[in-house]
Design a binder for this molecule. Structure first.
Ligand code: C2E
Ligand code: CA
Ligand code: CA
Length: 759
């Protein structure tokens, strides 16, 4: 309908409106009921860029873009036909220049019969407002993301989805980020709702993105199908008729390229100054988020770092160790702890403990091949190492650990020899190559939900983290195994530890009951004086015949009793039974020889240790000279000063003293001058290797020093004539071992003693 066919009423109204509108500084046009353009002002013409003739009789609807949802314009025109005032937000095309966001107020005019005869349209370009509010929204979302400690990648996902939602029509936004040696692609939800992050694989694509990332300016392409963009994106673009794309480089402040935004869209309306300004701001924002990420990494670094020793903490260790173990397809986890750590902390304070750990750590760096090892701090007392299997064998570990403790440590200004306990477990990677199925299977075995196992990578990551966790648990078990032994000890995890743990609990149960019933019996093992070839004394060794468990070796129950704080009671049961025996012999007028009683370190440092000894000795009217208090070498390591005090009291009260397992703590020679012992017992591991020249040298040194100090040297664990011969040659005075006698019950000793021995 044109003005010619309007009736008088309409014509009158139309002229009035036209006059009014012409004075308006806004862009307007008037269309008929079918949206054919009747008239417009200059501003409208300039806004759209079409020549006047072309605009006249143009269907206005063709200048507008349908929304993704479709049917939007249909709904709007229906409303207007009903004579309703309507505000429309839409994308508006124009000649040559990019389309713009338009806000159109539609004022329909009805004739007398109620039909719409013409419509007055006020058109405003709201692009820059629109972009500003989008920018504000994205900014807000980014800040929220920062608040919630979302990763940089997650922030980029937000940006991509934000940009996509900005367009009324289909679009696909992605960001390519340059990582160290690859390009990571983050895409909006348009393509898929999960797995929004992919690594570029095709060389052609990598090259293209790399080239674009290094561009200085925004580049607009009209025909995306021919570009070597990520294949999936091209497919999507073809499917949705997205012909154009804008590639917007992202840079750091100093111009270093970070990556590129790629927006694929259907028309070229992005090619306009307002959009370019918008993108510049957006890119600044992403650059900021990137900088924040870098800063955050620094903060992370702090959170992952142990400031005292200067190595990573547990969390930091886990993350890196997973990577290393994956790259090397396995390796070992080793835990290292100083046996005396808690006592040192108790005595000298936490700082001294930290300092000891630092010294141990420094030595680890010297001893291990640095490129085959990664170290972290597992807990306040333990260090954790990832050691690659490539450059290390199981045999190496014991050697490494022994190297670390060879020299004394400086603790609170004094030199201390420290023992190390170490637990090792190997990281058992599946032999076969990874398959998704393999991981799914593994995860299902572990009761994980299948839907949780989204992608192969995530699945693999989880599997590897679990594997490392498990290995650490095993190495912890090996460590507690190592703690059962005296001296420096390295223990490897073997599966039967599971059984051990059960047995340990069982034993612990029974020990408690047996202590009540005093079911522990002293067995005596004679010690033979080599020079005169006669019995010189005995060592009392605990024997336990449990009702439930049968015979349990002290090598098994003593460490468990120590851990449970029950060893003192067992020591005292044995002591009392030995005293009873001695008293009996005294009554009977039989000969008495010294008996060594084993005192565990825990008992030695017990506040009632001395009083307990005296009480029993007095109760049985025993002569303390016949009692040898046998303590292990390790006792002096904890606190030499205190050990000296206690030991002096023991000597003051007339007891003899013996240092057991001598030589294995490396403490050895240096503190012997402070601690006075009646006898020094050379550990049986030396006896076992006495055929080696190096062992002979060590034992010779021990014997020499012992002689200087007026102590008797005893070699333990003598099993052969040959061993005894060498030991005798070296100058060892007394031997103890199966070669002569096994530990025997008192009755058996009595019969041997009184009938066989000519003493
Ligand atoms: P230990 O004090 O070093 O005792 C020597 C161990 O060597 C004993 O093991 C003894 O039976 C064994 N032995 C003796 N001769 C030979 C030999 O020729 N060859 C070999 N291979 N071994 C020999 P046992 O009785 O099994 O005791 C193990 C450890 O349990 C002891 O080592 C000691 O540390 C601890 N223990 C035993 N009884 C007591 C006790 O009443 N109190 C405390 N605190 N610890 C005890
Ligand atoms: Ca002993
Ligand atoms: Ca011993």
């Amino acid at each position: 309908m044109s003005t010619e066919v309007m009736n008088d009423y309409s014509k009158q109204a139309y002229n009035m409106i036209k006059n009014l509108a012409e004075r308006s500084s806004h862009s307007y046009c008037i269309v008929d009921a079918n949206f054919l353009i009747i008239t417009f002002n200059n501003i409208f013409q300039q806004m759209l860029g079409y020549p006047n003739e072309q605009l006249k009789q143009l269907n206005y609807i063709t200048l507008l873009e349908e929304k993704k949802s479709g049917r939007y314009l249909k709904r709007i025109s229906n409303r207007i036909s009903e004579g309703k005032l309507t505000r429309v937000n839409v994308i508006h095309r124009r000649k040559k220049r990019a389309s713009f966001y338009a806000e159109i107020d539609c004022v329909p005019f009805q004739n007398k019969t109620g039909n719409v005869s013409f419509i007055l349209l006020f058109i405003r370009d709201i692009t820059s407002n629109q972009l500003q509010s989008f920018m504000a929204r994205i900014e807000q979302e980014l800040y929220k993301a920062i608040q919630h400690e979302k990763s940089f990648i997650e922030k980029l996902e937000l940006v991509c989805n934000g940009i996509d939602s900005m367009f009324y029509q289909h679009s696909l936004t992605s960001v390519a980020i340059k990582e160290n040696d690859y390009i990571r692609l983050i895409q909006s939800n348009a393509v898929s709702s999960n797995d929004n992050v992919v690594k570029l694989k095709r060389p052609k694509e990598i090259a293209f993105y790399n080239k674009m990332i290094n561009q200085k300016e925004i580049i607009i392409y009209d025909y995306v199908a021919s570009l070597p963009l990520f294949r999936k994106h091209i497919d999507y673009a073809n499917d949705k008729n997205l012909h154009c794309c804008a590639l917007i480089p992202i840079k750091q402040r100093d111009g270093t390229p970070i990556g590129i935004i790629n927006i694929m869209f259907s028309e070229q309306y992005i090619n306009d100054k307002v959009y370019f300004q918008f993108f510049e701001k957006l890119v600044d924002l992403i650059g900021l988020a990137y900088m924040y990420e870098l800063k955050q990494q620094e903060v992370y670094q702090l959170a992952y770092f142990d400031p005292y020793i200067g190595i990573v903490n547990r969390q930091g260790f886990l993350e890196r160790a997973i990577e290393l173990a994956t790259a090397a397809n396995g390796g070992y986890i080793q835990l290292i702890e100083a046996g005396e750590f808690s006592q040192i902390v108790e005595l000298y304070g936490r700082d001294t403990g930290e300092n000891l750990l630092k010294q141990i750590c420094d030595r680890i760096f010297n001893v291990y091949a640095v490129n085959s090892m990664f170290i972290g701090r597992l807990s306040s007392s333990a260090l954790i190492l990832y050691v690659s299997a490539e450059k290390n064998s199981v045999h190496d570990f014991e050697h490494y650990v022994e190297e670390i403790v060879k020299q004394p440590f400086s603790i609170a200004g004094k030199n201390f020899y420290v023992t190390l306990k170490s637990g090792i477990a190997s990281i058992e990677y599946p032999k076969n190559a990874y398959t998704k199925q393999h991981f799914i299977q593994k995860m299902l075995e572990k009761g994980r939900q299948q839907q949780e196992a989204q992608s192969f990578d995530k699945l693999k990551q989880k599997y590897e983290a679990d594997l490392l966790d498990e290995t650490i648990r095993y190495s912890e078990r090996a460590l507690s195994q190592a703690k059962k032994y005296s001296g420096t000890y390295t223990s490897f995890y073997v599966r039967r530890d599971d059984v051990d743990l059960e047995r340990e609990l069982e034993i612990l149960n029974e020990i408690t009951a047996s202590i009540e019933k005093k079911e522990f019996e002293p067995y005596l093992q004679p010690k033979i004086e080599l020079y005169r070839n006669r019995v010189y004394g005995f060592e009392a060794l605990a024997r336990w015949q449990s009702e439930k468990l049968g015979f349990v070796s002290p090598a098994e129950f003593v460490p468990i009793a120590e851990k449970a704080g029950l060893i003192r009671k067992i020591d005292l049961i044995l002591f009392e039974k030995v005293l009873q025996w001695i008293q009996q012999r005294q009554y009977d007028g039989k000969r008495i020889m010294p008996v060594a009683i084993n005192i565990s370190p825990q008992h030695f440092y017990h506040p009632d240790f001395i009083d307990g000894l005296i009480e029993l000795v007095q109760k049985y009217y025993a002569d303390p000279r016949f009692i040898i208090i046998e303590i292990t070498e390790g006792i002096g390591l904890v606190d030499v000063e205190r050990a000296v005090q206690i030991l002096s009291k023991v000597i003051e009260h007339g007891f003899s003293t013996s240092v057991d397992d001598f030589g294995i703590g490396y403490s050895s020679l240096s503190y012997l001058q402070k601690l006075r012992f009646t006898e020094i017992k050379i550990d049986k591991s030396f006896t076992a290797r006495i055929d080696e020249l190096s062992t002979v040298a060590i034992v010779k040194a021990i014997v020499m020093i012992a002689k200087n100090l007026g102590a008797t040297t005893i070699a333990e664990g003598v099993e052969t004539e040959e061993q005894q011969r060498i030991l005798k040659e070296i100058g060892v005075e007394v031997v103890q071992g199966y070669y002569h006698y096994r530990p025997m019950p008192i009755k058996q000793i009595e019969s041997l003693f009184d009938h066989q021995f000519k003493i």
